[in-house]
Design a protein around this ligand. Structure first.
Ligand SMILES: [Zn+2]
Length: 451
């Protein structure tokens, strides 16, 4: 019998990554992520396999859409190890703990309003039981789980992010995980995959290329200098893991070469603060440039006047401060979090600027601001928008179309996951043009590794 691969998540969608490898009745899982956004309801659906029959879980990186259902796996009887690189396992903790906090807040909110509360997917006990299963493993060192020989290689997407190579039953399969953007300065470039019978590749940006990073940085520095010169506040909504720190990295750089004045920078996100603390502990997982700064005693993610605010009171106090300042807060997609009260305060101020550095979904507040909507409603208030609104496209954490095609150069047989169906189809036709076999994974359909 051929070994098989089956997708139980991220099939024709971006979130919920979960892939099962089976051979002679033995099974391992690659990732067990949360569905997010429109697909959220699927988190409560059955996994599609028996968690008790899985021998090991191998995790590519610490984003919630790759780890967020691990505690549920434990809740449903999984008792094996969870293998990942050490940075991934260190970063997974604050991310999962924050996810639990958000789930509990949502339930309390529903109860207060007398609405039916969503069922809690997993609790603190499940989380602690999960931590007991954590088994750190370095890059480039093979390990075996039954007939599966497994190796991590660098994916350049987050500190510790991994491409996973598995050999089983005389076949080799490569999982791209989320593949990093080669232009990123803070992370090392992703490794290329070895020859394989099958490559399971992400295709988030399978239909387009990113703006060049240099042009983005020029624009970023120019907007910052102008906004600070006006004496206004600069608001930057950012994801707590990696994007927020990348913004801090460039603010420090701009200050150090005099592109922008030294000014107060507030990180108003307890999760960002926790993740930044982990970054310091895993400095070996960053690019050479970042490591060199650390070696010279410089914190690469620390502009000169950096403040981390912990309490809600401290957060609110930022808005009473006079003079220019940068405020970095979540959520990155403006769907909630502390950024909303900063927006409510500063959007009416023509000296202020809002800089969007991450993806803004259609219909979301960020997209409506880009489209010039005014006034907008925040927390039940009508807020006139007089601040400048900018959007910067070059910071993506994912490989773009050309990078994916380049990365897949050695592949002959590709299964596409982790992307919206139309984007994956565009990616598949690009691969067909290059005389490769390419298909889209379908939920629950087993694919033989060698055909
Ligand atoms: Zn990711």
């Amino acid at each position: 019998m051929e070994p098989t691969l089956t997708a139980y998540g991220a099939a024709k969608t971006v979130t919920g990554s979960c892939h099962l490898l089976a051979y002679q009745g033995r099974q391992i899982l690659i990732d067990c992520g949360l569905y997010q956004g429109e697909a959220e309801a699927q988190n409560h659906a059955p996994f599609g396999f028996d968690p008790r029959a899985i021998e090991a879980v191998v995790v590519t990186h610490a984003h919630l859409d790759h780890i967020g259902r691990l505690p549920r796996l434990i809740r449903e009887g999984y008792r094996g190890p969870v293998y990942a690189t050490e940075p991934t396992l260190l970063l997974a903790r604050p991310i999962l703990e924050d996810a639990l906090k958000l789930m509990l807040e949502e339930i309390h909110r529903a109860e207060r309003k007398g609405k039916p509360a969503p069922e809690l997917l997993w609790n603190e006990d499940d989380l602690h039981a999960l931590y007991e299963r954590f088994s750190p493993w370095p890059y480039y060192q093979r390990f075996a789980v039954g007939p599966f020989e497994i190796e991590f290689r660098n994916a350049g997407h987050l500190p510790g992010s991994a491409i996973v190579v598995v050999e089983v039953g005389g076949r080799r399969v490569v999982f791209s995980g989320d593949l990093g953007n080669r232009r990123k300065e803070v992370l090392p470039d992703p490794d290329y995959p070895p020859q394989a019978d099958l490559v399971v590749s992400e295709g988030t940006y399978g239909d387009r290329n990113h703006k060049p990073l240099q042009a983005t940085l020029e624009e970023f520095a120019r907007i910052m200098a102008r906004a600070l010169g006006r004496g206004g506040k600069v608001l930057i909504p950012a994801f707590a893991m990696e994007r927020a720190q990348e913004v801090l990295f460039y603010l420090r750089e701009f200050e150090s070469v005099g592109r922008i004045p030294v000014h107060p920078v507030y990180v108003d996100s307890p999760l960002t603060t926790r993740v930044t603390e982990v970054f310091e502990r895993v400095r070996g997982a960053f690019s050479f440039k970042v490591q060199q700064l650390y070696a010279r005693g410089i914190d690469p993610f620390q502009p000169q006047q950096l403040h981390h605010t912990a309490s809600v009171e401290e957060s609110k106090a930022i808005n009473d401060l006079e003079g220019p300042a940068t405020i970095i807060a979540g959520s990155g997609m403006l769907s909630g979090g502390r950024i909303l009260h900063h927006l409510r305060h500063h959007l009416p101020d023509p000296r202020a600027s809002l800089i969007l550095v991450g993806y803004q979904p259609r219909g979301g507040l960020g997209r409506r601001l880009i489209d010039g909507e005014t006034p907008i409603r925040i927390h039940g208030h009508s807020v006139p928008v007089r601040a400048e609104v900018h959007t910067l496209g070059g910071f993506s954490g994912h490989a773009d179309r050309d990078e994916l095609l380049d990365w897949l150069e050695v592949a002959s047989n590709v299964v596409l996951v982790h992307g919206e169906a139309d984007k994956l189809e565009r990616m598949a036709s690009g691969l067909w043009e290059r005389k490769k076999r390419a298909t889209l994974a379908e939920f629950g359909r087993a694919i033989p590794l060698g055909t």
